[in-house]
Design a protein around this ligand. Structure first.
Ligand code: AQP
Length: 343
């Protein structure tokens, strides 16, 4: 059978995921989730709490369970609609893991060796990193391609992984002579503040697994915690620059103004027209107010949802079933392409 014998990949399908490795942060929100919400208008979306990815680094089982439910609640509170779209946790659909195995056999070691996220996460002691962490990008490719999804909204830190997913898709299509079976994936990187940096170090990404809670704003933080974290955020002694060129060598100033712009729905240029020349003391108050105004309704809704964990579980289960309906024919076709005997 040739590639042309298979139905074309859906043109309108979006897939993206978030790891339940802690509380979701403002980085996850501004870099990814708010775009996910917007895309629901024009695309058919699958959004996934990627619990299998979380296992690449040891997780306490009870904490993983808690974080998975909490991530689902956060996504719904931010505006993901589990009725019109699909929201589930990854381990509910074993098709991801099966396709990831096939991709382990397609991806080349040399490709994986170039992944900067592995180098960052494995740190100095690479030999002790899990094999799962090394092949993480293959599972990410499988997450997307199990649905033959062509659009993936991610923060720009994930761009390298998407390029690898495209290399895997192209090699699969080429080696098994099924042109166009897996679509080319297009990263949807939208808007400003796609990369939110740590409040303690403007050169490091804001991350939910950073050991310092003061480095990030969690979607669970209340107004006092947000104000305190912003007040204590690292800065430098100069007033804010008048133009973006003045951010050179000032990563913390750049990060805080970028956050302010994103939270108030403006460009950095417009934000600087308002706050350029101000001292950090006054500016931080404005930033804290903008962050609280934005996050408070989300946190309130999230807490309301978390009062009924069984309902969150039901929503995820229903999403998992809908997801399997979409991936099952793709996996059946992949087995056929590979020559695996299944009746
Ligand atoms: N700081 C960030 N700025 C912009 N986008 C971000 N994302 C994460 N942090 C930032 C985007 O959020 C989506 C989900 O990310 P993830 O949780 O699956 O993985 P991650 O990128 O590894 O996020 P963290 O917070 O750094 O998690 P840990 O600490 O567990 O590694 C992705 O689209 C990501 O781009």
């Amino acid at each position: 059978m040739t590639g042309s014998s298979y139905p074309p990949a859906p043109s309108n399908r979006v897939f993206s995921g978030v790891q339940p490795t802690g509380n979701l942060t403002l980085g996850n929100y501004l870099g990814a989730i708010r775009n996910w919400v917007a895309l629901q208008r024009d695309y058919d979306c699958l959004y996934c709490v990627v619990d299998l990815h979380a296992l690449t680094i040891f997780q306490e089982p009870a904490e993983l369970h808690r974080a998975t439910r909490q991530a689902a609640a956060a996504l719904i509170a931010c505006g993901i609609d589990p009725d019109r779209h699909i929201l589930f946790n990854q381990s509910l659909n074993p098709d991801h893991a099966e396709l990831a195995w096939y991709f382990n056999c397609v991806a080349r070691l040399g490709w994986l060796n170039r992944m900067t996220q592995f180098k960052e996460k494995a740190g100095k002691d690479r030999e002790r990193a899990s094999a799962g962490l090394f092949v993480y990008p293959n599972l990410m490719a499988a997450d997307i391609l199990a649905y033959r999804a062509g659009h993936v909204p991610v923060g720009d830190d994930q761009k390298q992984h998407l390029e690898l997913a495209n290399d895997i898709a192209a090699k699969f299509n080429h080696d098994w002579k099924v042109p166009d079976f897996f679509p080319e994936i297009e990263p949807l990187i939208l808007g400003e503040a796609t990369r939110v940096m740590s409040l303690r170090d403007g050169t490091k990404k804001m991350s939910k697994s950073d050991p310092s809670d003061m480095s990030r704003i969690n979607l669970t933080d209340d107004a006092d915690a947000i104000a305190q974290k912003i007040r204590k955020a690292k800065t430098d002694p100069e007033p804010l620059p008048e133009t973006a060129e003045g951010f050179e060598g000032r990563p913390e100033a750049r990060n805080l103004v970028t956050l302010y712009a994103a939270l108030s729905g403006r460009t950095v240029k417009d934000a600087l027209a308002e706050v350029g020349g101000a001292g950090f003391g006054d500016f931080k108050k404005k930033l804290a107010d903008a962050a609280v105004a934005h996050l408070e309704p989300i946190t309130t809704e999230m807490n309301r949802l978390l009062d009924d964990p069984a309902e969150i579980d039901r929503t995820l289960l229903a999403g998992g079933e809908k997801a399997r309906v979409l991936s099952a024919p793709v996996i059946a076709q992949v087995r056929e392409i590979l020559g695996l005997v299944h009746v």
